[in-house]
Design a protein around this ligand. Sequence first.
Ligand code: SAT
Ligand code: MN
Length: 654
Amino acid sequence: MLELKKGIDILAEIGGINSPEEATALFESKCDRKNLEKLGKITNEEALVKIANAIAMTDPDAVFVNTGSDEDVQKVREMSLATGEEQPLAMRGHTIHFDLPQEQARIVDRTFYIVNEDEDVSVLAKKILREEAYEYVKDHMPGIARGKTLMIGFFSRGPVGSQAALPAIEITTSTYVMHSANILYRNAYDHFDRETQRAGLFLTNIHSEGPNRPEDLPNARVFMDRSWLTTFSMFCTYAGNTLLLKKGNHRFAVDLATYYHRGEELSEHMYITGLTGPGGRKTFFAGAAPSGCGKTATAMAGTDFIGDDLARLWIAEDGTLRGINAEFGIFGIVQDVSLESDPHLMNCLREEGAEVIWSNVLIDKDKVPHWAGNGEEHPKRGINFQGDWQEGKTDEDGKAIPLSHPNARCTLRNNSIGNYSEEVGENPDGARIQVVTYSGRDSDTMPPVWVAKNPDHGVVIGASILSAATATEVGVTGVRRQPWANEPFIPGPLSDYMDAQFKFFNSGKLKAKPIMAGLNYFLTHGARGGEGTGLLGEKRDVKAWLGWLELRVHGEVDAIETPIGFIPKYGDLNKLFAGIGKEYPKSLYDKQFSFHIENIMARIILQEEAYKKERTPPPTLFEVYEEQKRGLEALKAKYGPVVTVEQLIEGAWK
Ligand code: SAT
Ligand code: MN
């Protein structure tokens, strides 16, 4: 069990400010008149003491309070050009930011949860004892802001006033981080006191990049204090490590849902998007995928885009499932974003009108950004994440350095994106979610789409995500378990999180149950009797898979029942593919949907073994696995290791 406000408050201990009076005195000595006035509008005493402690600890030359006014937002843009953290590009409103070559992704090896003695964390997470974290922060953060301006921003994770929105403070010396926050989150300065009262809490994030030299990177740390809802980040710049409104606060939101709103609320690593179905009806989806596995592309495939990374879900009074996007923008991977696959996004990136912060792409001599997989002609030289670059350049190991880093990103506001639904996205009541999807980077096992037969099986789809490593985490390789694609952000034991999932989706209050589905875009030719690692599908096929789920939730298509759930019939998919202007040969369908029983069994056994090592995993998980294994074994006994769809239809496993 997690206990809030347990153990020493590291920030207060180091900052030494204990009362609103002391906070005010410090503000008077550190802030100019204008910023003092801005702070004067905030009345939450706890917040004021936190901010004062951050100032006392980091000792900046100046303080800037970002109220979200046009003037302040503009000021942050200008400061970021002045500090050199960003440089202007040819297109108006576009800038480039580079992270150090060694810090192009989340530094998972230096990211820790701060825990009290005998507090459990997920077996997949790293933890540090409160006392040790205190010593580390005390050794590295005091005075870290000297020579810099410390910026303070008040934000909302979700539409202001929504019951699932959480207010949060971002305190940073990095102009790039504050600029990113201004794009990715809704400013809540004007509503901060009311919002903290409604939510009963606020989250705090403190960051400084320090001198930002490669030699400081070994000392970089990301600490998340679960008890005090405060993050500390130092000596790094990559947004995933520094803009802790995002993944740092997502981790706290997971804790809050798991331990304080179990069965009522979830915090997920999910996109939210809507699809227009027959007769113009709108059906909303929420879906999980590990970082770098097509979550943004899935979200963009919808007609009514809401969010691409973080969803807060809850059960409304009327028994429907509701979801809001914690964010107001995307921090999207640009690799493979092309006109053909992502027209809406390309429009923002290549046409004037959107404000965009690019990171870690190639900039040519005309100050135009370029990235791998965009289907355009590429320059032979330029500046990229590792400095000067020309085609054929290799690293110390003789490996070719790509034009852009595979985790290079673009940061932009949702309302710049053509298919963004402001009406639903900004509604505090959220989107009504009817379909929940789970996916990973799975080259050889699961079909492109399948639907769970009930909520228990649906939860197990989420629990069983397995994925190949991507470029979003430094130094991570191989195939890994990725429960709910949320694993990197689940602080507590997985058993607790899983129990919360079962309780939520089986809740008697959830009258309009969503359908829960698996998606897999990554089956290869090599795994289905062909050659190589080329994919069997294409990005645009997403529309067909989502389209089928849309029909399915409205009861408009039949499906084939299998031991793991329902799969589509060829004829229905063929029609959907025709709708996106694509041939869909039966031979491809057969490759995608025949069952390779041994792979599926191996997957289940791997998960069972791993979950048995957790303390008190919910028994339902193992019951579902047993049921699925029985069916799969019956299929194998009758047909051998590869079972065709025609054989699945015979239903002999039942
Ligand atoms: O690196 S972040 O966690 O900010 C983005 C992602 O990988 O999803
Ligand atoms: Mn993510």
